[in-house]
Write a protein that binds this ligand. Structure first.
Ligand code: HEC
Ligand code: HEC
Length: 307
């Protein structure tokens, strides 16, 4: 138990997150002996508060059940005479917690990389394989597995040092108006966060409300209990913040499938008639990095579940 110091760097850990941390560690230690990563926990998911009670109830038994085990099977699957397990431990013991620090700076590339890119780098450079296709079951489930090895631990992505210019580039992309509709990410995800846009409750990636989280959660639940859904959603969406990077890949009911954060970013671009960039494009990696810095302190909780 005492060995799990991953992500405990005080500067990123908000007071309000201490409870989550504790819960996460309990889940974590409970499964240590079998080296099985803890599963997604609805109660650790900040973003769920803005959705309806019906959806939140579904999240207790999400359609993602079993996906971590499917990821493990792929982790142990032989490809070109090698398996991920032969280098990283039978159940990935040696990768425990590392995903909480991703996206991470890659000195060889001179830029940040996301987990999917690291997995494909291992496949190409260490296993002599072709890279796996984006959004294919193999890459999604391996990503789920590696990230789930950090489930319950707070995201602690580096925002300074060599990553600073890339975080800044991500933030610029988040603020810049684009496309026919001339809107930026922030217009949908800050200005109208918590309200409904074409029947969808808008999230905000920021977790700036976490310090007062408990009081806010009580306010949300009280509004909810009185049937004041609009008020509950707007408090939850806009004030508490939802995080984003810590719960993707996620299963989206609307899409009926598991998808990566890269996929989410591409569809957000398409929503405003911006031609999406290729998966893993530098701009999307920078955006994912920026979003991750906003989610720092939230417990990794993969695979997520969204309406
Ligand atoms: C032959 C050994 C080998 C195999 C097989 C291998 N890796 Fe790796 N992996 C490494 C080494 C060495 C590193 C660290 C250096 C680097 O980044 O390349 C690494 C790094 C990683 C990291 C990042 C760790 C960190 O601390 O940031 C992840 C995640 C990872 N591998 C996942 C996988 C997955 C998933 C597979 C199977 C598809 C796999 N690896 C197959 C050797 C291997
Ligand atoms: C026209 C409005 C619009 C714009 C502009 C937009 N999005 Fe979205 N985005 C949505 C909607 C609708 C959803 C689904 C509801 C939700 O979760 O907020 C969503 C969901 C998301 C999510 C998932 C949130 C979660 O809780 O899982 C992320 C992350 C995200 N968007 C990031 C971005 C980024 C980054 C940009 C800019 C490149 C962007 N969005 C631009 C409408 C937009």
């Amino acid at each position: 138990m005492g060995a799990h110091r991953i992500g405990m760097k005080g500067k990123y850990v908000h007071k309000g997150v201490a409870l989550f941390l504790l819960l996460g560690m309990m889940v974590w230690s409970g499964t240590l002996s079998a080296f099985q990563p803890p599963a997604y926990e609805a109660r650790l998911d900040q973003g769920l508060f803005k959705y309806s009670p019906e959806f939140r109830a579904m999240a207790d038994f999400p359609p993602t059940e079993g996906m971590i085990e499917q990821g493990l099977a792929r982790f142990r699957q032989e490809r070109g005479g090698h398996t991920c397990a032969e280098c990283h431990g039978e159940s990935g013991e040696k990768l425990k917690g590392v995903a909480a620090g991703y996206p991470k700076f890659d000195p060889k590339l001179g830029k940040p990389k996301i987990i999917e890119q690291q997995i494909n780098a291992c496949l190409e450079q260490r296993m002599g394989q072709k890279p796996l296709a984006w959004e294919g079951d193999d890459l999604l489930l391996l990503t789920v597995y590696v990230k789930a090895l950090a489930n319950g631990l707070p995201l602690h992505v580096q925002a300074d040092g060599p990553l600073a210019p890339f975080v800044a580039a991500g933030e610029r992309a988040y603020r810049e108006r684009v496309g026919q509709f001339d809107v930026a990410c922030r217009h949908c995800h800050e200005s109208v966060a918590g309200s409904n846009l074409r029947a969808e409750t808008m999230s905000t990636p920021s977790n700036r409300g976490l310090g007062e989280k408990e009081a806010l959660v009580r306010a949300v639940l009280a509004a909810d209990a009185k049937g004041e859904r609009g008020k509950a959603a707007s408090l939850a969406g806009a004030t508490i913040g939802s995080g984003s990077a810590e719960h993707w890949p996620a299963f989206r009911l609307k899409w009926g499938k598991l998808a990566s954060l890269q996929h989410r970013l591409r569809t957000c671009n398409q929503n405003v008639r911006v031609e999406p960039l290729p998966y893993g494009d530098d701009l999307y990696v920078n955006l994912e990095l920026y979003l991750a810095t906003l989610s720092n302190g939230l417990p990794v909780n993969v695979p997520g579940f969204r309406p």
